[in-house]
Each structure stands twice: as structure tokens, then as C-alpha cells.
Design a protein around this ligand. Structure first.
Ligand SMILES: [Zn+2]
Length: 174
């Protein structure tokens, strides 16, 4: 079975900016490459799951999103990090789709490429909707990071609250 590290994108991998789609606006959060290399060395597969309602709302196109995704994957590759897949929900909330987090459509899609070990897998997000996605999909371990949308740590339902993805080695040990 596959240990999977599910990552939200905006606010976790890169600095949160509303409806980001331009490569020049994309800024990696400090320490992301080192943290992901660490989990990769522990044998985790890395999957990014991102709500991109800016597409459904007409703020940018799927093609523009794709250009950014291709560029982002290339940056990971140059840092010797293999991202198994990047799944995106392109819908607006009113579309009532099955993939917009906290719904689990993107986790279900992952089962087509990986044999998810739900006990040993982790999900990292900055929003409560990310943590709910993990709970809805029976992914046991969750981390809410404080680099994205503001939240009160005492209200978090995540297993761990960390300042940033950089601190992953303090909680993921095997
Ligand atoms: Zn969707």
C-alpha cells in the first residue's frame, strides 16, 4: 500500500494570494522543498489537491491554471521531488460538484493511481475544509499550517497545528 502525503496548494506550498494564476505571482513558502524531500525519503507519495474556483468563477482559465501547474511541477522536479499528481477542482461553489473540498472527489481520483494506506497517510492544509476532507475520506493524520488563511489554533480539528510545512519533520517520523 502507498503512504500518501496529500497537500493543499495555496497557503501550504505557496503564499496565499487570492485567485492566483500567474507564474510571476507564485512564491514558494520557505522550506517546502526540504520538507517534501524529507517525506519523500520516508517513502511517501506526494499528491496535491487544490480547489480552484477561480476557474469556475471565470477569473482565469483552465489553460492558465495548467501553465502554472506545469511550471510548479518543473520546480519540484528540479529539486528532485516527484509529485505523483496534482488534482484540481475547477468548479465554483454553486456548481455543487463532487470534487470541491471538503468533498472527497480528488481523494477518490487518487485511488485510481495509488493504493492509499489511510492509516499511514497524511493531509496538510490551511483551512478547516482541508481537515474536513481528510476526515470525510478517513485519512487519519492531519496537519493545519498557519501560513495560509488565519485560524485560531485552539479551534482546529487537525491532529497537529504547525507554523508551516517546514516543521513537518517534527510530527511525521516514519
Ligand atoms: Zn469540483
Amino acid at each position: 500500500m502507498d503512504k500518501v502525503l496529500f497537500l493543499d496548494r495555496d497557503g501550504v506550498i505557496n503564499i496565499e494570494k487570492n485567485y492566483l494564476y500567474k507564474i510571476e505571482d507564485f512564491e514558494f513558502i520557505d522550506g517546502v522543498f526540504e520538507a517534501l524531500k524529507y517525506v519523500q525519503n520516508l517513502g511517501y507519495k506526494i499528491v496535491i489537491i487544490t480547489n480552484q474556483s477561480g476557474i469556475g468563477r471565470g477569473y482565469y482559465t483552465f489553460e492558465q491554471y495548467n501553465l502554472l501547474t506545469t511550471w510548479m511541477k518543473e520546480q519540484f522536479k528540479q529539486n528532485n521531488i516527484n509529485i505523483s499528481e496534482v488534482f484540481c477542482c475547477p468548479h465554483a461553489p454553486i456548481d455543487n460538484c463532487n470534487c470541491r473540498k471538503p468533498k472527497i472527489g480528488m481523494i477518490k481520483k487518487t485511488t485510481k493511481i495509488l493504493d492509499i494506506d489511510y492509516e499511514k497517510s497524511w493531509l496538510v492544509g490551511d483551512k478547516d475544509s482541508d481537515i474536513k476532507t481528510a476526515k470525510n475520506a478517513n485519512i487519519k493524520n492531519t496537519i493545519q499550517v498557519q501560513t495560509g488563511h488565519k485560524f485560531d489554533a485552539k479551534d482546529s480539528s487537525a491532529t497537529y497545528v504547525l507554523n508551516s510545512i517546514k516543521e513537518i519533520p517534527t510530527v511525521i517520523k516514519s
